[in-house]
Design a binder for this molecule. Sequence first.
Ligand SMILES: [Fe+2]
Ligand SMILES: [Fe+2]
Length: 227
Amino acid sequence: MNVIELIDFEHQLIAQTLTVAQACARRLAQPGGGTEPDGQELIGFLDKFISQCHQAKEYHLFLCLLHKGVPAVIAPIAKFHEEHRRFAQMTESLGSSWWLVTEGQAGAGELVAGYLTDYAALMQAHIQREECFYRVTLSCLDADDHLYLKSMFDKLEQEMLGIDGHTRHCQWAHQAAGRQTEEHRTGDASQAWAARTQPPQAFTQAVLPIAPERSHSALEPATGSSG
Ligand SMILES: [Fe+2]
Ligand SMILES: [Fe+2]
């Protein structure tokens, strides 16, 4: 796969998790919605996989495209960059508010449901715009660019998600989306939750809990290698 195909693969995975986010939002918005089994893991995915890894990869892709001469004036890179920051802020708000849900605070479910709904809508539009942009700019990248970017992607996965972390996040997303599909098919949430399998322990340890005070700036990861 070239780097655009790798990004496409992650977009498909992210799109799957957005259906999970929307289903979580629907349940949380119901009166007495109670707890949400996938909620904390979902927020961990938004933080680790999307903000810290996927969007950091895209930052390097943007830089490479600018370096190859894609005009900064007409390219929507600044807009994408701005939206990445917005996603990081939304994820931080979700992480902070999630504790209110777990503590049973009145109104917390509706608050988190609103964040999840807004996040899903913005991310769907963001992915659509990025995919159009990448299609147009793919021809600007040569074999060396793909090799360089692939090495950066591998490095980011190791640094942000840990050994096998990318695979574990992909597995969780597939499982969560599968449970959502089953719930939709049967119309019975209890069956879907009964069939729910716990995520790998290593995944849980890797992504939970989110420290509310930590920076989530997608374009300013801890390494300082991307902004
Ligand atoms: Fe993006
Ligand atoms: Fe993206």
